[in-house]
Write a protein that binds this ligand. Sequence first.
Ligand code: S3P
Length: 436
Amino acid sequence: MELKLHTKQKLAGEVSLPGDKSLSHRAALFAALADGVSEIDNFLDAGVTRAMLQALSAFGVQYELNGRHLTVFGHGLDGWQQPQNPVFCGNSATTYRLLAGAVAASGLACTLDGSEGLRARPMERIFQPLRQMGVGIESDNGRAPARFLPRSRECPLRPIHTTLPVASAQVKSCLTIAALYADGESVIDEPGPSRDHTERMLRSMGAQVISCAGNRVQIVGSRAPLHPLRIDLPGDISSAAFLLTAAALVPGSFIRIPSVGVNPTRTGFLDALRSMGGSFSVENEREVCGEPVGDIRLTASPLSATEVSGDLVVRMIDEFPVFAALACGANGVTRVRGAKELRYKESDRIAILCEELKRIGVTVKEFEDGFDLVGGTCRGGEVDAHGDHRIAMSLALLGLISPEPVVVRHAEILNESFPEFLTDLQQIGGEVCLSA
Ligand code: S3P
């Protein structure tokens, strides 16, 4: 599918978003670990969360998905069954890494595999600490597919005390889940503030997971049953970032997005936007099941370049493609540093962004850990999504400001995380042109 976006007018309106991707993954998995029936509203129905649900059903977990309402019939981890075939995690690294924590704890023998794209992602970062906890894992090259060897349920995992080399919520969550079933207290330290949804949600289900100062998590392993979930998931701030960017790029625009998750470990994009002169407010702040939620209202304003590095990188780790689109509409040179982790996402997001942006005229210089991007240089032309949903949507947004159209090839990948992207844009006045 080829995608072209443009607009002849300012964008304006209100858009409600489906549930947060990270929270949807966790809600489905933790509900499958709980004892009892969980009811989850505003579940994100997209490629990556379908991957989680399908993987769970391979372990005999039963669920019903009606629109955005998910019911999961949990029977505790002891109720999980041995899968008959390799368990396929699709394109979803969150599914793979979080599920690996549960599989490790279960002692069930199984092979976890995924798409070609997922097979290219680094998994040794979870295999090595899981092995330290006593899990047998066989993998050729520290990547999927990996075979988890059977372990007797009488033989619990060893607790872990570790410092992660890179801040990663997926690795932290994998180990946290395994540590819940370990024999004693585990401590995980991180070099930066990665998203803490796992800690918050597991705590709300009765687990002893304590977030401490200095990016430390303490987990008391007890094998105690988790309470089922009853939760209305907030909208995804990472999806909101695309619509906020669309409105911020087109002069005179206005957008309101109610009920967005504004957990401080996720709001780095808003901080970066503010430092560029973005004019927005977060209103009606409240807490839903331990997660901060607010309504975001933005009015387009002139933007100037900014610099992003340090902890801010971790707090906006998924937003660099859309941030690059935003920077194309800002005055001056935007600098990103300390973001080497972007090279290990759905694509090498530093290399791919620089390569594709250059194709449409943007002056951008690649560094090992970031890029320098000159605003106001986007001309238009043809680009490719490279199998990366966020690259597809971000490049498409540039069609709103470039003198020539921007055509994004293989844009269907956006359905992996934000299938409503195009209809939401149309709802605020954007024009969408699709061809086969
Ligand atoms: C996620 C954590 C991040 C993020 C991903 C979702 C999660 O990955 O990029 O889209 O839900 O825990 P890392 O933990 O690898 O940084």
